[in-house]
Every structure is written in C-alpha cells, then in structure tokens.
Design a protein around this ligand. Structure first.
Ligand SMILES: [Mg+2]
Length: 282
C-alpha cells in the first residue's frame, strides 16, 4: 500500500467528480481504478459527485464496473439525483416538464414525480427542470417557455456547466440549455442544484455522517467542483486531467493578487497533475 501525502493523511471520505477525474467520455483516466482501490484499502469512503445529469446512477455503476471499479448506486450523487431529492423537499408528486435526458427523468420519477411531455394546460406544470440534453429541441424549448411564462411553472436547473469534457476535447454542457431558457423567458433558474451549489456535498456529509474536516473533493473544474467544496468547508483538490490547466490556475492567482476577483473559494487547497500524486513518491 502506498502512503498518502501529508495533506490527505486524515481523510475519511473522498468525493470524486467523474468527467475529467475518473474518465474522459468512455476512456478511463490512466490508473484511476487503482487509486480508487487504494483509497478503499486505506479505509477511506469513496463517493462520486457529478454534475452530469444524463445517466442514471445504475448506468454509472455499470460504467465504472467496465473500468474495473466496484461501486453501488448509493455511492453516486449526480446533479439529477441531488435535484430530485431537493425538488421533493419543495413539493411531493409534482408535475414536471424536463429538458434533459434519461438520468434526470428516471431520478425524478423514482421519487414519485410525473414527467409531462405534452402539457394540455401549461398551468398544470409545477416545475420546469433543465439539465444537459444532447437531443435538445426547439419544440421542447418552446413548451418550457410556455410552462414558465403562461403557466407560472417554477424554473430549476441541475447544473450550468458551459462544457462537457470528452475524450477528444469539449462538447456543449447543460449551461447552454439553461441559458437558452433564460433568454426566451427573461428569468433565471430559482436554484441550480449541482455544483457549485454546496447542497450536494452537504447531502453526502449528512448521509455518510462524516465531518467536513475529514472530507475532500477531487475535481477538474474551478467554478463547480472547487467552489462547491470550499463553500462546504471540505478540502479541495484540483486534478489537471480534465478541463483546467496550470496556466488557468496561475492566471486566477494573479487576478487575486491584483484584486480583480473577490471569491477566494475558487482556489483549490491542493493542485495535482494526476491522481497518482496523492501518494508520496518512493
Ligand atoms: Mg469534471
């Protein structure tokens, strides 16, 4: 067993972002499987927190199994599952119009909500919830617009990531769909439940009963993973295998020095090139 770096030696719970940290699209980031296993060998609880709302948590279990990483449904906190839990606190058995994919629809349905695809009366719709939709359609945007403007439905979003990292660069993220609906309604989402909102991390801390001091998050995006982690008071570790480069972090540090930016929560506690760097070099 390798020895963890001093910064991580008291960690009991490690939260991993998925895209850009564990894999890029359908490609495992080299050695991520072994690192997860070593964390578990160190008796560190491992959970996954992704802003990607397109897949069900069961799909993630299978995806990680294909990478030789063992996991259970309850190990996953996606922006879809977090949104579903939080929406249920606002209203039970709601009627919802979704711009999004199977992951979001399934998580909402599993908690008793009804997904309406063709509303007869826009006033019937309680919520419009927007997530990443890789089959995004003008006709659905038009329905969502009417639900909000004519029916008075409340507008929520899973996340607003501008891009989605895949094996060969970047694709458009959920923020594109959220912004489309903002543009045609003149309204902002009442709440965006995914990172950088810290409610997902707080849900994890509450479910695992592990303190913020004993918890860290590994992420590849400053304005989601790192910001959420710092807001929740856990240790934040930037891994440079996804969308963020060392130059971007240096630029941000310079902005702080020149007082162009005020939110120090964007800066990670630790920056590592790859997950292997969590272990001391022999
Ligand atoms: Mg990521």
């Amino acid at each position: 067993m390798h020895e963890l770096i001093d910064d991580l030696k008291d960690i009991e719970l490690a939260i991993f972002d998925l895209d850009g940290v564990i894999y890029l699209g359908d490609t495992l980031i080299p050695n991520a499987d072994n690192i997860i296993k070593e964390f578990k060998d160190h008796s560190i609880k491992v959970v996954y927190n992704s802003n990607n709302s397109t897949a069900t948590r069961q799909t993630y279990v299978e995806k990680l199994r294909n990478f030789n990483i063992k996991s259970e449904i309850s190990d996953f906190y996606t922006s879809a599952s977090i949104t579903s839990v939080e929406i249920t606190k606002i209203k039970k058995n709601a009627k919802i119009f979704v711009i999004g994919e199977k992951g979001l629809r399934t998580e909402l349905q599993s908690l008793g909500h009804t997904i309406v695809t063709r509303p007869n009366d826009y006033k019937d719709i309680d919520f419009v919830i927007v997530g990443l939709d890789r089959d995004f359609k003008y006709s659905n945007l038009a329905i969502a617009q009417k639900c909000i403007l004519e029916g008075g439905a409340k507008f929520y979003a899973t996340n607003a990531d501008p891009t989605l990292p895949v094996a060969r660069g970047l694709k458009p993220g959920a923020g594109v769909m959220v912004n489309a609906l903002m543009t045609c309604t003149g309204k902002e989402p009442i709440k965006i439940f995914g990172k950088p909102e810290e409610c997902g991390i707080n849900m994890i801390l509450s479910d695992t009963q592990i303190s913020a001091e004993g918890t860290c998050i590994f992420g590849d995006r400053l304005n989601t993973d790192i910001l959420a982690g710092n807001r929740a008071g856990i240790k934040t570790i930037m891994v440079l295998t996804g969308v963020t480069s060392m130059e971007m972090i240096e630029e941000l540090k310079n902005d702080f020095k020149n007082s162009n930016l005020s939110d120090r929560n964007l800066l990670p506690n630790i920056v590592i090139n790859k997950l292997d760097d969590v272990f001391k070099k022999k």
